[in-house]
Design a binder for this molecule. Structure first.
Ligand code: NAD
Ligand code: ZN
Length: 403
């Protein structure tokens, strides 16, 4: 029903609920009533739960209670502001999780993850995220998307074909471009050998991207057996880090040499130490240090895994302000190149859309996309936190066809 709205709200550590929300407007109260005539209101078709949401829900950020969550948004335009020229009501669009104005220096240079005009506190903004400008989240029936002509990627006009592939297309708002960015910035190309740390949805999307880019061998490491099995299901080699602490030794068993051409961190600051379960607690620099260890000299490291400037749950005083015990000298000695930060989704989403529409890639199958109604989202958050080998896709209006 128009003019009502429901969505997922962060209540406190470990707790999200489904609540009634205001119907979106073309203005943003959180930024002093900023006018958004360049924006559209979307009826959400699909919106996914992300590992980035879990950092907030686990109480590992300063996210305030009452925040509407959700930055992975695909929706149908139901209203367009006065200044929107090209996106039209009825269009189904994929929305990059980064909010970008299209006018600032960084947007013009295609660094849309660090737009200068959408967050008064710092460069870079996202929907439904702490410290990201106060934009309302899209795990809701309706959501506002600003600068719509710039941000929205119009999906192909054949609505039936688009809806039939919605489980795949919904991954364009974040994890597929993010995983691809990790692989691409790590230099993955035809014949590469690659180590992907983390077999969560971003790691599985990254492994998918590595194969799409032509990697010869993709080795995925995690402690979660079910997620590693998911990686093997589409042709990856795997390392169970709870059984084997030494990544180089495991890589040597697979490749005959203890190093890879490229490595990608799809874990981030909540990384756990390697080794038998129990002996290894949280060690935020583990992945970065092991990637420097196992990547060949002159290799590149892609780092989509998220690192923070403040972590109330950090393991020690350093971790609480985002300072890590990095063996930086090793990376320096090997001339490593590091790429960090939010993925500039817009650099990749159209190309990946084409790969999906023309059956070049099976991203939904590879990340085990699992569709749930809005009311089951709190359960989805819980199961995902427990390490389910699934990517939860919320279907707030029951629009997705049965699998
Ligand atoms: P997730 O929490 O589901 O997956 C993380 C996985 O890492 C888990 O399976 C966990 O068991 C594993 N892990 C823990 N320690 C490890 C270690 N030392 N080595 C290997 N694996 C280890 O999260 P996700 O949704 O897959 O997201 C992964 C990361 O990417 C998160 O930090 C998320 O915030 C980040 N992210 C970044 C961007 C970006 O634009 N840069 C976008 C989306 C997500
Ligand atoms: Zn995300």
């Amino acid at each position: 029903m128009a003019n009502s709205n429901r969505g997922i709200v962060f209540v406190g550590p470990g707790k999200v609920t489904v609540e009634n929300l205001d119907y979106p407007k073309l203005e943003l109260p959180e930024q002093g009533g900023r006018k958004l005539q360049h924006g559209v209101i979307l009826k959400t078709v699909a919106t996914n739960i992300c590992g980035s949401d879990q950092h907030m829900v686990r109480g590992r950020t300063t996210a305030p209670a009452g925040l509407t969550l959700g930055h992975e948004i695909t929706g149908e335009v139901v209203e367009a502001g006065r200044d929107v020229e090209f996106v039209k009501p009825g269009d189904i669009v994929s929305v990059p999780f980064n909010i970008a104005c299209g006018r600032c220096r960084n947007c013009k240079e295609r660094h849309t993850g660090v737009c200068e005009n959408v967050n008064p506190a710092r460069a870079g903004a996202a929907y439904g995220y702490v410290d990201m400008g106060g934009w309302r989240g899209g795990q809701a029936e309706y959501v506002t998307v600003p600068y719509a002509d710039f941000n929205a990627l119009r999906l192909p006009p054949d609505r039936d074909a688009v809806m039939a592939k919605m489980r795949d297309l919904t991954m364009l708002s974040d994890i597929f471009p993010t995983g691809y960015h990790g692989a691409y910035t790590a230099g993955v190309t035809t014949g590469s050998t690659v180590y992907v740390a983390g077999a969560g949805p971003v790691g599985l999307a990254c492994a998918t991207a590595c194969l799409l880019l032509g990697a010869a061998v993709v080795i995925v490491g995690d402690m979660n057996a079910e997620r590693l099995a998911q990686a093997r299901s589409f042709g990856c080699e795997t390392i169970d880090l709870s059984a084997h602490g030494d990544v180089a030794e495991q890589i040597e068993q697979i490749l005959g040499v203890p190093e890879v051409d490229a490595a990608i961190d799809c874990v981030g600051f909540e990384a756990r130490g390697h080794g038998p379960e129990g002996s290894a607690g949280e060690q935020p620099a583990t992945v970065l240090n092991s990637m420097m260890d196992i990547t060949r000299a002159a290799g590149r490291l892609g780092i989509p895994g998220l690192y923070v400037t403040g972590d109330p749950g950090g393991v020690d005083e350093h971790a609480k302000t985002g300072q890590l015990g990095l063996r930086f000298g090793l990376g320096w000695a090997k001339s490593h190149v590091f790429t960090t930060g939010q993925c500039p989704v817009m650099r990749y989403n159209r190309q990946l859309m084409m790969a999906i529409m023309h059956d070049r890639v099976q991203i939904a199958r590879n990340v085990n996309a699992t569709v749930i109604p809005l009311d089951e989202a709190p359960g989805g958050y819980h199961a995902f936190d427990q390490g389910a080998a699934r990517k939860y896709v919320i279907d707030p209006h029951g629009m997705l066809p049965a699998a």
